[in-house]
Design a protein around this ligand. Sequence first.
Ligand code: DGL
Length: 285
Amino acid sequence: MSTREVSPEAPIGVFDSGVGGLTVARAIRDQLPGESMIYVGDTARTPYGPRPIAEVRRFALEILDDLVAQGVKMLVIACNTASAAVLRDARERYDVPVIEVIGPTVRSAMSITRNGRVGLIGTQGTIQSRAYDDLFSMRSDIELTSAACPRFVELVEAGETSGPVVIDVAEGYLAPLVAAGIDTLVLGCTHYPFLRGALRQVVGPDVALVSSDIETANAVYEVLTARGMLRPADSGDPVLRYEATGPDTAEFKALAKRMLGIGIDAVDRVQTGTIAIPPGAFRAP
Ligand code: DGL
């Protein structure tokens, strides 16, 4: 589909199954502090990881449609499971640029690996979708070893990112990857940047860790710059809006604070398919 003319002042729409995508939003803010953002966490239906991929696809398209209706200038699918579910068709569906987390992360891992042995960890949905495998298969010299790590999300959300339990669980999940002699480990889930220390401890200092938050932010920067869509410096303070689909917006704020140290003033409760907020009506950060 051709790209629709949208104002560079419009916000970037960022979507995740819950709070994890705030790691991506944070990485975007680090590089592009002048951009406005609408962040939607599908907290009513989180986690996506254990769900059938067709169901995740339906949820993701619903929310992305709503973000486009709110007038965003770019969509960022800040969730690995959702990216895996809509990787093949999201770009054709929308007339604004769509950035997902898998492509940029794979490209970075491809340029980093020296021995061609790459490890991938993610949710059950991401690993079973084989979306990463499809992209890595473009390079016949790369051998991918994957592991689903279903307990990691719950550990991170409980604030457990270090200590014997985390190390024990990580050692179990990563044993086949270490045995395969990987030199690069792809952190294919929004929550895994919080486990960097523990993962490093398990795989050792010589394995490069590639994380989807930073790679995705790099891609957002590149696309906005290349298309001349950066928000002009004279358009005032950027505005940030946080939306959650679940009723417990206080829990969203508490988790965001615990995980990221982000103090969020307000989270708006929204229902998918019914968002009717005029573009530009954002609350100041
Ligand atoms: N955001 C998800 C991902 O990156 C992790 C949390 C979930 O399972 O919903 O895959």
